[in-house]
Design a protein around this ligand. Structure first.
Ligand code: RB5
Length: 150
């Protein structure tokens, strides 16, 4: 599975740790920045990563900022993206089984590196349940997206 990863300055250190963890686990990872702790605006990174996932260049992505929330809000504006902020393994499991989330957002100021890596592990290893009710709900999001995005 090819994975993109990105962060703002607040998420930089955790992004680096997750990137190394993913490499050790055998994933192909592309680091879409940032590459240092100079302050940047999280939407710039979120759009850069989410658009590539939306185009099908990556199956999944991970975005890290201070809380995960800004990255998530921005990424979810991009067509085809279902980004979820997760704070624990359970939220990551539901984001996959119920919502078929394709981007995980993490808050480096809210969770530690070990928990973050466990969340990533669950996010990448849990399949979408495929149950009809969940497919139907996701389809409604996609239909809405088609209606408003020209
Ligand atoms: C940056 O200070 C911070 O606002 C950002 O990383 C993020 O937490 C926004 O949601």
């Amino acid at each position: 599975m090819r994975i993109a990863i990105g962060s703002d300055h607040a998420g930089y250190q955790l992004k680096e740790e997750i990137k190394e963890f993913l490499k050790r686990e055998g994933f192909g990872v592309e680091d879409c920045g940032v590459y240092d702790t100079q302050p940047v605006d999280y939407p710039d990174i979120a759009f850069r990563v989410a658009e590539r996932v939306g185009r099908g260049e990556f199956e999944r992505a991970i975005l890290v900022c201070g809380t995960g929330m800004g990255m998530c809000m921005a990424a979810d504006k991009v067509k085809g993206i279902r980004c979820a902020v997760c704070w624990d393994e359970t939220s990551a499991r539901f984001a996959r089984t119920h919502n078929d989330a394709n981007i995980l957002a993490l808050g480096a100021r809210l969770i530690g590196a070990e928990l973050a890596k466990n969340i990533v592990k669950v996010f990448l290893s849990t399949p979408f349940s495929g149950e009809e009710r969940h497919q139907r709900r996701i389809k409604k999001i996609e239909e809405y997206e088609r209606k408003i995005k020209r």
